[in-house]
Design a protein around this ligand. Structure first.
Ligand code: FAD
Length: 304
């Protein structure tokens, strides 16, 4: 199925890719995997997520991260889920968004993370929901990165967000690229991208970043396709481009979930193969607290 669409994805990435230091080794080895969850709101959700994590641990992820509601709306839930991951013997990574925070609240939160044994964070600006109060003392994620490096030297591995298809609020692609470079120069150790379906957009971004002498690992973030209306809604909100051929195919399936999942599995498997061949430094899956699609993709690729 999907021959036309898939041929667009399976474009030939040069065998000797000349770009970034973290992408110079075309590879067939399984990339390091990481998996992202969001903190559940109910006790049933917590239990369900526990089971989902156990299934996903069979992939031997390098780390599992938990998102943070901007403005601190999920603060305790995030900390609990990260603690659960650590207690289960895995590397728990906490997202932290600085919008609405002050230096004092950020210091307190990071101190709690350090006391829990968290060594790696995803440092974000976030988006404050409307009517949620003031923007706080940090304007951009780079201010948070600089704060973490200054106040907790050597304590955290700092991940930041990257946008191969441009952050939706950015003035332009070059302006967003400059902002990303500043964020790295403030002290970020590695980055995870917003999800995308065009490997070429990712390759171009990595190449453009490396032209600024920035050589940190930039790990592709991938969103399995399982539900078309949800995917289109998320993509509109976060600025991820859903190619026309994927939209058309999803529309053609209507409510036929079986076909949507089969199509999604094929698209994502091919995308992962293309990224793997290029020697990406890892793959980060946005799980939406579900295991089935990720396990399906990884089984197809022999990554379990
Ligand atoms: P920034 O890097 O600060 O960028 C935000 C905008 O400001 C961009 O448009 C950028 O171009 C612009 N900008 C930056 N610096 C400058 C400057 N000096 N001058 C002018 N413009 C500038 N959200 C959550 O709420 N919780 C999460 O847990 C979460 N996890 C995420 C994980 C990943 C991997 C990704 C990719 C996104 C995540 N997000 C999360 C979404 C993120 O918070 C939003 O995309 C948010 O709008 C931007 O956050 P940022 O850290 O990328 O911001």
């Amino acid at each position: 199925m999907g021959q036309v669409g898939l041929s667009l994805l399976v474009s030939a990435w040069p065998a000797a890719n000349p770009i970034d230091t973290h992408m110079t080794h075309p590879s067939t080895a399984k990339p390091a995997l990481s998996i992202e969850f969001f903190p559940p709101k109910t006790p049933q959700g917590v239990e369900r997520l526990r089971a989902v994590r156990q299934e996903l641990y069979t992939l031997n992820p390098e780390f599992c991260s938990v998102t943070f509601g901007a403005g601190g709306s999920t603060q305790e839930g995030t900390l609990r889920a990260v603690q659960d991951i650590i207690n289960e013997g895995h590397v728990g990574v906490a997202h932290y968004s600085c919008v609405g925070a002050t230096a004092a609240t950020a210091r307190e939160h990071l101190t709690r993370l350090a006391a829990m044994g968290v060594h790696r964070i995803v440092a974000l600006r976030g988006d404050l929901p409307s009517g949620y109060g003031s923007n706080g003392e940090f304007t951009y994620a780079k201010d948070l990165v600089a704060f973490v490096v200054r106040e907790f030297p050597g304590r955290f591995h700092v991940e930041v967000a990257a946008y191969p298809e441009t952050h939706p609020q950015a003035r332009s692609y070059p302006a967003d690229l400059r902002a990303f470079v500043e964020k790295v120069k403030a002290g970020a150790n590695s980055a995870i991208t917003q999800y995308f379906f065009s490997a070429q957009a990712y390759f171009r971004f990595v190449e453009d970043v490396s032209a600024h002498s920035v050589h940190i690992p930039i790990v592709p973030g991938l969103m399995p396709i399982t539900n078309s209306s949800q995917l289109l809604r998320f993509s509109d909100a976060c600025g991820a481009e859903v190619p026309r051929w994927i939209r058309q195919r999803l529309e053609s399936y209507g409510d036929d979930q079986v076909s949507i999942k089969a199509f999604g599995l094929e698209v994502m498997t091919r995308l992962c193969e293309e990224l793997q061949r290029a020697g990406v430094p890892g793959i980060h899956f946005y799980s939406l607290n579900q295991s089935e699609a990720i396990l399906g993709i990884c089984d197809h690729l022999g990554w379990r």
